[in-house]
Design a protein around this ligand. Structure first.
Ligand code: GCO
Length: 453
């Protein structure tokens, strides 16, 4: 028997994108260079050496994109602002054309009845600030606060939902320790400093945004992965705890007033022979400023095995687990349920939005132009169900943003991975609704759905 899953009244259904992944127009109308422009223009960083120079050309096609959002019935749209479009040199002179672009977009969304959720930083740091040291340097946190001030002063009358940062783990560890994202560093100490300054800049920006945007909600988006030890061995369990700590707890603990977790401070300390001297008095108070919501990005689970431990026994083998087309991204909706409960019970954010969840599947148009992406629909359905279960369990989940509104530039994976509920033809830039978008339209209209069992 299929049960109708109805969400609470007022639950917000949306979709998400980010500036560098969709806008293109990388040097139009006075925009400055970003670290992603520099990174993609340097061969070897992106799987197919593609760039976001044109991407989905959303910068020019946004009116059509807003129409598509309206046709799906989206209630909210999460997008990010390109910092170097607003402040080409990172600080100082304002590029009015950049502000005007976002101002028109916000007006267009509001006219279509779509609530804008603005992310201030989704990774496209002005290259000029990178040249001064980037996130490992404290000055970047000051610059971010000025940037947040400029944007919220200009859009704050109409934008009432603000996300300071998207995924500080990616900004810091993935980009500065693992070298996979811009600026491509491999320096653990720099990565930990970057993480601190990203969090600090969040803390400094929140009161500034509040002052400029009366009655607004302000929060931050973290990415979480479910981490599971591959076996009951001491080595695997220890490694899993460290992965959970560096990925999940480091950020949430600091934001919710617990400073950094002691076990991970120990873990990082060999990289800081002179101590964590980049942490200054007052920093943790700033970082743990109360916020209105926590944004949660969730995609997958990671099974952790300590391959360095020589005597790592016993070994447990997992059967083939269902995956999306992102290499090794398992489909694990229970992880979302567990995560939402964990966040609610451990950190008590007043409200949670899932600011990203979705799946990469490459299904494209058949001869009639139909895109039968049944696997994406099934992925979303299972994760919506997990979200519904969490709400029933008391989690204050207030909205769900599907990643992504449209196929786009998937960072180091280039255009190979398609996360959109809208298909983008990268030759013509034509857009087509996939079946998942049509199904999502019905979910939104009915504020729920009947799961296919
Ligand atoms: C992230 C980003 C998105 C990605 C998405 C799929 O989580 O990496 O917020 O920009 O495109 O997550 O990988």
């Amino acid at each position: 028997m299929s049960t109708n899953l109805t969400f609470p009244a007022g639950f917000i259904w949306g979709a998400a994108t980010s500036s560098y992944q969709i806008e293109g127009a990388w040097k139009d109308d006075g925009k400055g260079e970003s670290i992603w422009d520099r990174f993609t223009h340097t061969p070897g960083h992106v799987i197919d050496n593609s760039t976001g120079d044109v991407a989905c050309d959303h910068y020019h096609r946004w009116p059509e994109d807003v129409k598509l959002m309206k046709s799906i019935g989206l209630q909210a749209y999460r997008f990010s602002i390109s910092w170097p479009r607003i402040l080409p040199a990172g600080r100082g002179a304002i590029n009015q054309a950049g502000l005007d672009f976002y101002s028109r977009l916000v007006d267009g969304l509001l006219a279509a009845g779509i609530t804008p959720f603005v992310t201030l930083y989704h990774w496209d740091l002005p290259q000029a600030l990178q040249d001064l040291g980037g996130w490992p340097s404290r000055g970047t946190a000051e610059a971010f606060t000025e940037y947040a001030d400029v944007v919220s002063r200009h859009l704050g009358d109409r934008v009432k939902h603000w996300i300071t940062h998207n995924e500080p783990w990616c900004v810091s560890i993935l980009s500065h320790q693992l070298g996979e994202h811009a600026p491509g560093w491999r320096d653990t100490a720099a990565a930990v400093r970057a993480a601190h300054h990203v969090l600090l800049s969040h803390g400094w920006a929140v009161p500034v945004i509040r002052a400029n945007s009366a009655g607004s909600e302000v929060g931050i988006t973290l990415n979480f992965e479910a981490k599971l030890a591959a076996s009951g061995s001491t080595a695997d369990i220890r490694k899993t705890r460290i992965e959970d700590g560096t990925f999940n707890r480091w950020f949430a603990d600091a934001l919710y007033g617990r400073h950094y977790p002691a076990d991970i401070v120990d873990y990082y300390s060999p990289h800081f022979p002179h101590g964590f001297d980049f942490i200054q008095p007052g920093d943790f108070e700033a970082i743990s400023v109360p916020t209105d919501f926590l944004g949660v990005n969730y995609y997958t689970r990671v099974i952790v095995r300590d391959t360095d431990a020589i005597d790592n026994d016993p070994q447990t083998l997992f059967p083939d687990l269902p995956q999306t087309e992102m290499p090794n991204w398992e489909i694990f909706p229970e992880g979302l349920y567990n995560l939402l409960n964990r966040l609610h019970f451990e950190y008590r954010p007043p409200r949670i939005y899932i600011t990203e969840n979705g799946a990469s599947f490459s299904d494209g148009p058949d001869e009639s132009g139909r895109i039968a992406d049944a696997r994406r629909r099934a992925y979303l359905e299972s994760h919506f169900t997990a979200a519904h279960d969490a709400i029933r369990n008391g989690v204050p989940l207030a909205g769900f943003f599907v990643w992504s509104l449209m196929d786009n530039f998937e960072w180091a994976k280039g255009y190979d991975q398609r996360f959109g509920i809208i298909w983008v033809d990268y030759n013509t830039r034509q857009r087509l609704l996939k079946d998942s978008a049509i199904w999502y339209r019905d979910v939104i209209a009915g504020n729920g759905f009947s799961p296919r069992l």
